[in-house]
Design a protein around this ligand. Structure first.
Ligand code: GYE
Length: 364
């Protein structure tokens, strides 16, 4: 064992002979080491000198060729799922505007409803070594393999708007969006209260959004969980119309041909499909908002106009203007702060009575 003072006599302060001899050799050497350290220290950029306070990293620091240190902007890769609705377009605009305002460089890719295209976009973001990737996923499933690739590359992921079904929560940092299940419940509660004095059977047609997408799955679930309270509420028709005006019109025409005289209520999973359906209902010779009660989700300007005009009966708000929250999350991630796993927008509902007063504030 080499722990006794015999092995390290110099530690006794160089007072014995052995120690003094060592000191004679050591002093010139130590001087050299000190000089070298001093030189190295002056070559470091100011942020890295040992006594400079640790910088809060709002943006990664980059050293230019001239040796000056500047903050380079953060780069965000955003995989948008498409441009199917007014909600989506407002959402894209909000993201672009907020990125510009925050000084975040945005790489924006529109996948036009294709999950494959989203994978391509995400891989291109990884190749470009972006700082953060945000994904608005077209459908819920099938994301784990690509998210593992992103994790491997060390890039944090924000799930935006729609949710992904994944079993490993370490594959994303946070979800920023709406509570679609609650939106479905709000639609159901309106119908329950509105029909309080109307005897059944109340026959309902449903226009669902994109198959396999989280707003479609959750809105359908929430709505059903409320209307099952009355057993004379009956969903007699239910089909996907992909969140578009055209889809809503086409599917509603079919519904009306099949069972036009029976439909008392239309629950559309978004405004665009409800707007298309209103055209079909008028063409069929019925009055939207009276013969057929219309409930939709989003709260676009066009929908609130229809609501104020009495052609819609109820709109559940879903807020697309989440760009600023996304940028804030990106900055917080870059600062190394931890975020809650879900950041859910607070949202309201609109009736025929409140629509008109909301219209002047509506930005989309
Ligand atoms: O309701 C619909 C859009 O994912 C919340 O997608 C979004 C939905 C929105 O196309 O209009």
């Amino acid at each position: 064992m080499f722990v006794g003072s015999r092995q390290f006599p110099a530690r006794r302060g160089g007072m014995d002979m052995y120690g003094r001899r060592t000191a004679i050799w050591v002093w010139p050497f130590m001087l050299l080491v000190l000089l070298a350290c001093n030189k190295k220290e002056t070559m470091l950029p100011p942020e890295r000198t040992s006594d400079a306070p640790r910088q809060t990293m709002v943006a990664p620091v980059e050293e230019s060729a001239s040796g000056t240190v500047s903050r380079r902007s953060i780069t965000l890769g955003f995989s948008q799922l498409g441009s199917e609705s007014d909600w989506r377009n407002a959402n894209s605009e909000s993201v672009k505007e907020a990125a510009a305002e925050a000084g975040i460089e945005l790489l924006f890719e529109n996948a036009e409803q294709s999950q494959e295209k989203q994978f391509e976009a995400i891989r291109s973001f990884v190749a470009k070594k972006v700082d953060v990737i945000a994904i608005a996923p077209v459908i819920e499933t099938g994301w784990e393999p690509i998210l593992r690739e992103v994790k491997q590359a060390g890039i944090p992921v924000i799930m935006v708007d729609r949710e992904m079904k994944i079993s490993d929560p370490s594959l994303y940092v946070t979800f920023i969006g709406s509570d679609f299940y609650e939106e479905g419940r709000k639609a159901g509660k309106f119908l329950r209260d509105f029909m309080l004095d109307e005897p059944g059977p109340i026959r309902i047609a449903e226009l669902k959004g994109t198959e396999g997408s989280s707003p479609t799955i959750e809105r359908a679930k929430g709505f059903r969980d409320i209307i099952r309270e009355r057993d004379d509420f009956e969903i007699i028709l239910s089909e996907h119309a992909n969140f578009t005006v055209e889809g809503g019109r086409r599917v509603m025409e079919k519904f009306l041909e099949e069972r036009g005289s029976e439909i008392r209520v239309l629950f559309a999973h978004n405004d665009d499909m409800a707007l298309g359906a209103v055209e079909a209902i008028k063409a069929y010779g019925l009055r939207p908002g009276e013969d057929i009660i219309i409930i939709s989700v989003d709260g676009s300007r066009k929908a609130l106009e229809k609501l104020a005009a009495g052609e819609f009966n109820f709109v559940v708000e879903c807020n697309p203007l989440i760009g600023p929250q996304i940028m804030q999350a990106v900055q917080e991630i870059m600062e190394g702060r931890s975020l809650p796993k879900r950041i859910v927008s607070s949202e309201t509902v609109f009736t025929q009575a409140t629509a008109a007063q909301e219209l002047p504030n509506r930005r989309y």
